[in-house]
Design a protein around this ligand. Sequence first.
Ligand SMILES: [Cu+2]
Length: 118
Amino acid sequence: MLWINLAGLLMIVFIVWWFWLFTPAQNEADGEHPIPILVKNGVYEPARIHISPGQTITLSFLRKDPSPCAEVVQFPDLGMSISLPVDNSYNVRLPPLQKGEYNFHCQMQMYRGTLIVD
Ligand SMILES: [Cu+2]
């Protein structure tokens, strides 16, 4: 009897998690949640990020590469240049963007990424 109650409880927990708690994690580009970007081994991960026009988006850069190459991330179209700390997430808030593609890269343009606003 206890078993059945326990199984039922687990089922409820699972359903709550699946329908209410799990869903927001999929909507990373909805403007509420920062989009994590890993800076490691010469690449931004992900390097192509889809976002919606007119939304205020936050990118959360986690720089794992201590080399000076990875230090600065530049958004030339937005006139932004940001120094990233090593091993600490750093949030970069972007202004609302119009449709189009916006490149971002390190100073030497070895790290490269693209924001796709569509
Ligand atoms: Cu570089």
